[in-house]
Design a protein around this ligand. Structure first.
Ligand SMILES: Nc1ncnc2c1ncn2[C@@H]1O[C@H](COP(=O)(O)OP(=O)(O)O)[C@@H](O)[C@H]1O
Ligand SMILES: O=C(O)C1=C[C@@H](OP(=O)(O)O)[C@@H](O)[C@H](O)C1
Ligand SMILES: [Mg+2]
Length: 180
């Protein structure tokens, strides 16, 4: 039996697969999956886009920190975050103290292919979303690189392939994943 000893926090850009791959990792390890975006939506009773529109990004970020702090106090799980969560030093400290961070690294073209047809991400509702994504990417990559574990994406790796790579990386860390 494998036992998860720390919460695994998935970080990275919008479209990196944090939600999809995180779900598959949790299934593979038979542990709970949680997504900070989903927790915020549930509590606020409105979508991420509506929260940004009506309450503003600062309100969203404050809720994000509360959710991370609460979930990191709970039993070990796979916790996917929104792409901006790891940018905050407070959030990074919370993650570092109680969990382990995993950056799903993907190049800009792959990310764009994944997010271009979706309208659910308020930060990309600009006149040139491709360029906005590039700017966010350039500003954020140095911060994501502070994550403890990095797992590389590629266009030919499925969600399950990526989940298997994450599990293999976690298995190298006996303080995170114990047993066979
Ligand atoms: N490895 C993958 N292969 C194919 N599609 C993927 C992969 N990872 C994610 N996706 C798809 O890309 C989109 C964005 O993934 P998502 O998990 O929502 O990313 P994030 O939570 O990091 O923003 C979704 O439609 C998802 O199904
Ligand atoms: O990158 C960001 O700042 C955001 C990413 C989104 O989550 P995903 O990364 O899961 O799309 C969501 O939290 C919100 O739209 C803000
Ligand atoms: Mg997500």
């Amino acid at each position: 039996m494998r036992r998860l000893k720390k919460t695994v926090v998935m970080v990275g850009m919008m479209g990196a697969g944090k939600t999809a791959v995180g779900t598959a990792v949790a299934r593979a390890l038979s542990v709970p999956f949680l997504d900070s975006d989903e927790e915020i939506v549930k509590a606020a009773q409105r979508s991420i886009a509506e929260i940004f529109e009506r309450d503003g990004e600062a309100f969203f970020r404050a809720r994000e920190t509360e959710v991370l702090a609460r979930l990191l106090r709970g039993a070990p799980c796979i916790l996917s975050t929104g792409g901006g969560a790891f940018l905050s030093e407070t959030n990074r400290k919370l993650v570092q103290e109680a969990g382990v961070s995993v950056w799903l690294r993907a190049d800009l073209d792959l990310l764009w292919q994944r997010v271009r047809h979706k309208t659910t991400r308020p930060l990309l509702r600009t006149s040139n979303p491709r360029d906005t994504l590039r700017q966010l990417y350039e500003a954020r990559v140095p911060v994501y690189s502070l994550a403890e574990i990095v797992v590389d994406s590629a266009a030919d790796l499925s969600i399950d392939d990526m989940a298997a790579k994450v599990v293999a990386a976690l298995a190298l860390r006996k303080d995170v994943l114990e047993g066979e």
